[in-house]
Design a protein around this ligand. Structure first.
Ligand code: ADP
Ligand code: MG
Length: 256
């Protein structure tokens, strides 16, 4: 049975997509069967996995609106070693179209039942909002991975996300929990980042992942080649950190 994780943070540009595609590639590299779902109409995780969003005939949009199954809509990324349920601009319309539909927040959950046994991990890249799309992700997930930069305002935004997750846990999905906070784009030379990192550990204790993802230019360059950094430059510091994070996740799910 697959363990399903949302990569979520309602802030944009915090590293959600980078985390999703590199964790997916890292997990594939250590032998895990992975499905990556792009729930952001920007389609960055799709493109960053070597799948051209403009050429997709079926996407997660069709799955949410029940005009395709997950198996029909997914594509395998040969270069990255995992399957991709892609997204493109069409997905932005789903928000409105789902308004009419019953149990609209459970669409993705129901669709994933048929592929559950085919994967060890399902990773969902969420859009930068707490929208119906993100809610669909949260309703099917066992846990949320929250990438965050160690800066002052990061902590403020966290309160909203934690409250949303509590509400979903109470009303819609009893399995849901924050698996962990992932410190990303970390620069140890910056004192403020060290201080925020310490505060995070004090407040959230073992909810803070041991692995820290450094700021690394190779991770930022990789998407323009349609690849996760882990595949683009495996020897880079960023890639190595994500493989270590993949190993940490494999160890974590053993206790779940
Ligand atoms: P989000 O999905 O939350 O909007 P992205 O993953 O797209 O965030 O990251 C935002 C930007 O930061 C991108 O240009 C990405 O390449 C860059 N980036 C993300 N993580 C790192 C990192 N560890 N080091 C350097 N650049 C990074
Ligand atoms: Mg993104």
């Amino acid at each position: 049975m697959a363990k399903i994780f949302c990569v979520a943070n309602q802030k944009g540009g915090v590293g959600k997509t980078t985390t999703t595609v590199n964790l997916a590639a890292g997990l594939a590299k250590v032998g895990q069967r992975v499905l990556m779902i792009d729930l952001d109409p920007q389609g960055n995780a799709t493109m960053g996995s070597g799948v051209d969003k403009r050429k997709l005939e079926l996407t997660v949009y069709d799955v949410l609106l029940e005009s395709a199954s997950v198996a029909e809509a997914l594509v395998h990324s040969e270069k990255c070693g995992y399957d991709v349920l892609g997204a493109n601009r069409e997905l932005a319309g789903a928000e409105v179209e789902l308004v009419q539909v019953e149990r609209r927040e459970k669409r993705l959950k129901l669709a994933l039942v048929e592929v559950n046994s085919a994967y060890d991990f399902v990773l969902i890249d969420c859009p930068p909002s707490l929208s119906m799309l993100t809610l669909n992700g949260l309703c099917c997930a066992h846990g949320v991975i929250v990438p965050m930069q160690c800066e002052y305002f990061a902590l403020e935004g966290l309160t909203d996300l934690v409250n949303t997750i509590k509400q979903v846990h109470a009303n819609l999905n009893k399995d849901l929990q924050i698996i962990g906070l992932l410190r990303v784009m970390f620069d140890p030379r910056i004192t403020l980042q060290q201080q925020v990192s310490e505060q995070l550990k004090q407040h959230f204790a073992d909810k803070v992942f041991n692995t820290v993802i450094p700021r690394n230019v190779r991770l930022a360059e990789a998407p323009s080649y349609g690849l996760p950094g882990v595949v683009f430059d495996p020897s880079s510091k960023g890639a190595q950190a994500f493989v270590a994070f993949a190993e940490e996740m494999v160890a974590r799910i053993k206790d779940m």
